[in-house]
Design a protein around this ligand. Sequence first.
Ligand code: ADP
Ligand code: MG
Length: 377
Amino acid sequence: MIRGHGSEAVILPGRGTVQAGGERVEVRSASKSYGSVLALDNVSLDVAPHEFVSLLGPSGSGKTTLLGILGGFIQPSAGSIHFGGRDVTFVPPHKRDIGIVFQSYALFPHMTVGENVAFALRARRLPKSSWADKVKHALAMVGLAGYEERGIAQLSGGQRQRVALARTIIFDPRLILMDEPLSALDKQLREAMQIELRQLHRRLGATIIYVTHDQREALTMSDRVAVLKDGKLVQIDRPDRLYDHPANAFVASFIGEATLLPVTRVDGASVSLDGAILRTGRPVPATGDLVLAVQTEKLLIDLDRQDPTRNHFSGRVADIVFQGESLRVFLTLDGGASLSLRQPSHYEATRRIPPIGERVNVSLHPEDTIVVPRTES
Ligand code: ADP
Ligand code: MG
């Protein structure tokens, strides 16, 4: 899903006529090794103009390395990078027309907000007469209208990150690279900023490539999410597709809150869990070790076992954890496996939960019965 965007020819001083809007970005078989460490392993990626793509993976999976290669700070050991079909592999960072936002704001503490934002214009030698309007516009875009004269020391962390963002968008880059820009903010502010960044992206023409290790952040903002593990691109897809159709156990465990249980294949539409047959809504892989990935919110507590269209499990309640808007219920199945489910904390849902130690029946729709290969290859 790629959101619509306007694209028009504009004149920028010193750069002649360029196509405003987002850059098309292609990574072709890029690898990077540091001595014996393969930080990036033959990654190919195609990002459409104006697309918002997140690079998601655990620490050390190669996200920053890939972003550095896109920015031109890191030279790939093999492969190439193309912007709008043009090979930019050996083009230095300052000639790539990209904006970059890092976790650390890197603002000048002795300058005002306005001077910090205008700095990008100075560096690009834009005429001084145009600065004030551009600064005003950029600050308004990030929700800091009227902050020109404030000192950096007077700002909160969230406001500083907005200044860093304004400094990036002020020169209308066609591509913006962000490396965990919100990770220093507290949870509430981070979630509010995620929604703002998503909306800002819609207003800007730019393509955004965004590094995060936070799966929820990636799902919230992205058109597509690229999952990395050990330097390899494991899966790239729309957030909803990634969540509902994980390619393997790693993606299933990294996205959402799933319990993974080993199962054996019975036929193309069913598997066996400790002898119990479960039907699946989609084809069961034909070979290899398989796991069932049960997202906590997909299990329902049954008050009776009548519905023949669902897969049923029974066991005992091992623990109940109150977490505010929901409760997490840990179960020990009769076959010995552990499962957990989430129950909203409203009255009708919570009264279905038996006390700890009591028997419980739960069920899963075949469409939510996700069976994936245990390993990546
Ligand atoms: P991420 O951003 O996903 O946490 P990185 O891209 O920073 O991962 O790192 C990927 C791998 O490359 C890690 O194993 C890391 O230790 C290694 N690495 C990154 N930069 C260097 C470097 N300059 N020298 C040696 N190893 C590095
Ligand atoms: Mg990193």
